[in-house]
Ligand binder design. Structure first.
Ligand code: NI
Ligand code: MN
Length: 228
């Protein structure tokens, strides 16, 4: 029975009695952040791609807590060079960890990070399927709509899909509604909206457009939780 907590933008924790996993821990500088980076104590940190609004506080959190950073090979190598604890994976690969099973999916987006005035490239962007306590959560990362979401839905029994709706950099509401049709999740939580002006979107409009879907929209305010 994992508990999913929205911490603002694309940052979520997925936890049970034993383990706490944080995805895309952008807290410092996140106008929506529900907690401070110093207040989270995860076992593991999953990073979907290299953009600063997703990598966020991953390195300091990992160094403080010893949390394992799980990401693509390029991000993993980069955080490893900064002496964070890390495990590399890549798209299509899965691995059973003590905290749960991780499988990375494709996403259509970028994965760069600006460091010392240079734009470094950190591999391919990804989504993630995280299975804890028999329940699978799909966090799509930042992505546009793609047809193979149908395949992801077909091959996985998704309890909760966490999808961007903010448009401009990712899917907007209408494309996210189509993604829900492809993924067939039980519940869907919108993310990546209303953090800044270019990604303003109304989550209620998204929920209304899902009225005839079998999936139920769960709109979380930053800091709110939902258990499945
Ligand atoms: Ni991004
Ligand atoms: Mn983003």
């Amino acid at each position: 029975m994992p508990k999913i907590t929205f911490l603002g933008h694309s940052c979520f924790t997925v936890e049970n009695d034993q383990h706490n996993v944080i995805i895309d821990p952008f807290l410092t500088g996140n106008p929506q952040a529900a907690v401070k980076a110093d207040d989270v104590n995860p076992d593991a940190i999953i990073l979907t791609h290299g953009h600063a609004d997703h990598v966020g506080d991953a390195i300091p959190i990992s160094k403080r807590t010893g949390a394992l950073i799980v990401s693509n090979f390029e991000i993993s190598t980069w955080v490893g060079q900064k002496e964070a604890n890390t495990h590399p994976m890549h798209i299509g690969g899965s691995r059973q960890f003590d905290f749960g099973k991780v499988k990375f999916t494709q996403a259509f987006h970028g994965s760069s990070f600006e460091e010392n005035g240079n734009l470094i490239y950190l591999g391919m962007p990804m989504g993630v399927l995280l299975t804890m306590g028999g329940k699978t959560v799909y966090h799509a990362g930042d992505t546009g709509l793609f047809g193979d979401m149908r395949l992801i839905g077909e091959m996985n029994d998704i309890s909760v899909a966490i999808l961007p709706i903010g448009d401009n950099f990712t899917m907007g509401i209408d494309d996210a509604v189509k993604a829900v049709e492809f993924l067939q999740p039980q519940f869907v939580i919108p993310m990546h909206y209303n953090t800044w002006e270019p990604i303003n979107a109304d989550p209620q409009e998204f929920a209304d457009k899902l009225k005839h879907s079998t999936a139920k929209a769960v709109i979380l305010k930053s800091g709110e939780s939902f258990s499945v």
